[in-house]
Design a protein around this ligand. Structure first.
Ligand code: ADP
Ligand code: MG
Length: 480
């Protein structure tokens, strides 16, 4: 780890940021080795969203955004990840894989080409300087496939899509700056951001805007290493010289106060200069409670667009479009089966379809419902074990003899409120829904209400063993 003297005294880098940064090179090598071992499709489907979250002694913690991904990665790649880490860095012995709100678009994700956007030098070349040119890094690799054309539009995403198009065609128009895209995991936020980046970098009138696109995680790495290398001024100048600044997965900056502050200043400087900002996150600005209030306020000032969970119709359209792009005919029965079974997000849907396509190509046989069930049996099994919030509400209401509508009603009588809290607690335990999502399903309650319910039920279960047994029984019933 670098000593304090490496760091520009004007900034105080938090130790959590520091630990992650120190491990970042080893982590990058672990990822890329794993990607080579498992292949691109497998990697994209299951592993791309792993993020390095921290370290405690000889144990490294990785985050994945959903329980499903976590379970999958734990059981299929957990041991290998630990081995690869140990090989890179002997001080690491164990790898702990957890669910965490961090979603990353890693630079080592796919072998996507790096686009050189508008090549206008903005930073005077430093005289003799052996440090790497930081400007080279302002655009993370963009995925060739993530364009507006390949984005399937339906009710849940049409508003976000329209806003993204508008910003791509007329950056920095009044009312659309900043553009804040938010929604759950795997619903197309990154896809839309790449589409904007591609589009503004080859504008029809021949002009090209300079674009900086990176994940919030990358933004933090770049910021801290600029501090290390005493290049903060250059870094700031570069960022402030672009026409469009896009930061993906902003929720990563929660708890990273110094980086947040830097982002805030850059943000203001760019907006004041009439440049476009596009930000994505997993929650709306007002729900990102770990972000500084003044930043949240500014983020909410432009256009805020929500990408909603997919509908059955949208899932079918997406599957049709992806099968067509792959040049494979898949019978409607199979597409419907997939759209019924895999409902959580588009990435998992795509992963399942990719497997089917790989299988069809390998054996040169058309995909039938039987082969689908066979090829995807592990994924489907994991899905069958998943419980829906509706199911939880129904079972809990039955058990305590209250009406199902009381799960979302405003009634506060204990006889109603307690079962409702139990249902929220189980929803948190048994599903991969976020606190705001759970709150929404319980009569549009705030995420803090859900948080309170979870800790209240935990408390009660510790104090009252009979109650704890009842809740446990319910849980087992729901899980079986
Ligand atoms: P997020 O950033 O919201 O987690 P991504 O943009 O990475 O999600 O999307 C996950 C995958 O699903 C990507 O491969 C993306 O192309 C695909 N996808 C999501 N929504 C759509 C859509 N409406 N049309 C086509 N592909 C989509
Ligand atoms: Mg994303």
């Amino acid at each position: 780890m670098a000593s304090e003297s490496d760091i520009d005294p004007g900034f105080d880098v938090t130790s959590a940021d520091d630990v992650i940064l120190a491990l970042a090179p080893a982590w990058a090598r672990v990822r890329s080795r794993l990607q080579t071992e498992v292949g691109d499709i497998e990697y994209r489907t299951w592993l791309r969203q792993m993020a390095l979250a921290g370290r405690d002694g000889d144990e490294v913690t990785l985050h994945l955004p959903t329980r499903f991904l976590r379970d999958w990665v734990r059981s299929h790649y957990g041991d290998r990840l630990a081995e690869l880490f140990r090989a890179e860095d002997q001080s690491v012995q164990h790898v702990d894989i957890r669910v965490g709100g961090v979603v990353t678009q890693s630079e080592s994700s796919v072998a996507a080409p790096v686009v050189k956007l508008a090549d206008k030098p903005t930073v005077k070349a430093a005289a003799i300087d052996h440090r790497p040119d930081p400007r080279a890094d302002l655009v993370a690799p963009l995925d060739r496939r993530f364009t507006f054309d390949s984005f399937v539009v339906g009710k849940p995403n049409e508003f976000a899509y329209a806003c993204a198009r508008r910003v791509a065609e007329h950056p920095a128009s009044p009312g659309f700056n900043p553009l804040f895209l938010y929604g759950g995991v795997g619903l197309g936020k990154t896809h839309l951001m790449h589409a904007i980046a591609w589009s503004v970098s080859k504008h029809p009138d021949g002009s090209a805007a300079s674009v900086a696109y990176m994940s919030a995680e990358k933004f933090m790495y770049r910021f801290i290493s600029a501090i290390r290398n005493q290049q903060t001024i250059e870094f700031k100048e570069q960022l402030r010289s672009v026409d469009v600044l896009m930061i993906d997965d902003l929720q990563f900056l929660i708890g990273k106060d110094n980086t947040q502050e830097e982002f805030f200043y850059t943000f203001n400087a760019l907006v004041d200069a009439g440049k476009q900002i596009v930000v994505s996150a997993d929650q709306s600005p007002s729900d990102l409670s770990g972000l500084e209030a003044r930043l949240r306020t500014r983020l909410g000032c432009g256009m805020v667009a929500d990408i909603h969970a997919t509908t059955f119709e949208l899932r079918i359209s997406i599957l049709e479009s992806k099968a067509q792009l792959a040049g494979i005919k898949v019978i409607p029965k199979v597409l419907e089966f997939l759209a019924h079974k895999i409902t959580s997000n588009v990435r998992e849907l795509e992963g399942a379809l990719n497997r089917l396509i790989a299988h069809a190509n390998l054996f040169g046989r058309p995909v039938t419902l039987e082969t689908t069930q066979e090829v995807l049996h592990d994924i489907l099994k994991a899905y069958d074990r998943r419980v829906s919030i509706e199911e939880i509400q129904k079972r809990v209401a039955e058990k305590w003899n209250i009406r199902l509508t009381d799960m979302s009603s405003a009634r506060r009588a204990r006889a109603v409120a307690r079962p409702r809290q139990v249902a929220m607690y189980l929803a948190k335990q048994l599903t991969s829904r976020s606190l705001p999502e759970i709150g929404r399903m319980f009569g549009n309650r705030d995420h803090t209400t859900v948080m309170h319910a979870v800790s209240r039920i935990n408390e009660l279960m510790e104090r009252d063993t009979a109650f704890a047994e009842e809740v446990e029984l319910l849980r087992r019933m729901l899980e079986s």
